[in-house]
Design a protein around this ligand. Structure first.
Ligand code: FRU
Length: 326
């Protein structure tokens, strides 16, 4: 029986269609399960900023205790997030940002820094000489803008390294896959593809399947997700030459929400760590992440058993009551 939960958290997610967001949700739901008084409600905007604005308005009208938002694009989502914040609802912005500082706290890695790290790494990898196609995430979303800016800063000291074409991949593998070949055929001499996430790098890679150049072209992405559909696997398989870890932060988000809701101290800016993953460390990274995945499954199994025990206990209490009344 669903008892009335004391605290409602509304999470407006820009999309839940990809493995990275699914991992984020799993982490959040596991962390929430340690706090049975919290009801986490997730609305999926399916990559539509208009839909996301409507979702956030629904959460405001419903009177949620705390709002979590991962904005599809910064500009269109900013006013409604400001509105929620000004109405006194604590707002945690995650991963993608708005264009304003009207929010309670932020959780995510520093995308400018990651982009810069990627630029420096790639310039070294290419020995200071090479042509690049950059596959962009949604151009109105802050991680795409910041990764791009950081990347240009990272290669700035290497005049021989240049971006010769852009592809608008909108964070989606299939879109990158459809649009990459045109840019590639217009620039057949490129050395490397930098995609703003791993799945778009994979899309670009797959789009030129069977062509001789596929093998000697270099591919670099961001995310470094574990599991069978993640960037760690793509690096291990030799599809990607490198990726830059972009943690999902699901656990940190719920812990932060908990602290805010209980008037405990918290930081406004919560910056998650990053690192480069390539053939030198992918193996150990994969082992670690596989181990975590197994531990997570075992936590979920244990929780399931606890619920079963509680059910059993409740039934027995009911039975005792009936017996004592008769
Ligand atoms: C997942 C994703 C990640 C990327 C992030 C940027 O939806 O596209 O691959 O790092 O969003 O916001």
């Amino acid at each position: 029986p669903a008892e009335e939960k004391a605290i409602t958290i509304g999470f407006s997610q820009c999309t839940e269609g990809d493995a990275w967001r699914k991992a984020m949700h799993r982490e959040m739901e596991r962390e929430v399960s340690f706090h049975p008084e919290i009801d986490l409600q997730i609305k999926d905007a399916k990559n539509s900023s208009a839909r996301q604005v409507a979702h956030i308005r629904e959460f405001i009208d419903q009177g949620v205790d705390l709002l979590i938002v991962s904005p599809n694009e910064a500009e269109p989502i900013t006013p409604v997030v400001e509105e929620a914040f000004e109405k006194g609802i604590p707002v945690i912005v995650v991963d993608r940002k708005t264009s304003s500082s009207s929010y309670t706290a932020y959780v995510g890695a520093n995308n400018y820094q990651i982009g810069k790290l990627a630029g420096e790494y790639i310039a070294e990898m290419l020995n200071g000489e090479g042509e690049i196609i950059e596959v962009w995430g949604l151009t109105g979303s802050t991680p795409a803008i910041e990764r791009h800016r950081g990347f240009l800063e990272g290669i700035a000291a290497y005049p021989g390294v240049e971006v010769v074409a852009d592809v608008k991949g909108e964070w989606e593998k299939e879109i990158a896959k459809a649009r990459f070949p045109e840019a590639f055929h217009a620039n057949p001499g490129i050395d490397l593809v930098l995609a703003h996430n791993d799945v778009m790098a994979l899309g670009a890679y797959e789009s030129i399947k069977g062509q001789a150049r596929q093998k000697d072209l270099k591919f670099v992405g961001f995310d470094g997700l574990g599991g069978p559909n993640g960037g760690l696997q793509f690096v291990e398989d030799g599809i990607l030459d490198a990726t830059f870890l972009y943690p999902t932060g699901g656990e940190e988000i719920i812990q932060l929400a908990y602290n805010i809701l209980h008037n405990r101290p918290y930081e406004k800016e919560n910056i998650l760590n990053t690192t480069v993953i390539d053939d030198r460390n992918v193996h150990i990274m994969k082992q670690q992440s596989d181990k975590i995945l197994i531990q997570e499954q075992s936590i979920e199994r244990q929780q399931h058993r606890i619920y079963e025990q509680i059910e059993l206990y409740n039934n027995q209490q009911g039975l005792l009551y009936i017996l004592s009344a008769s």
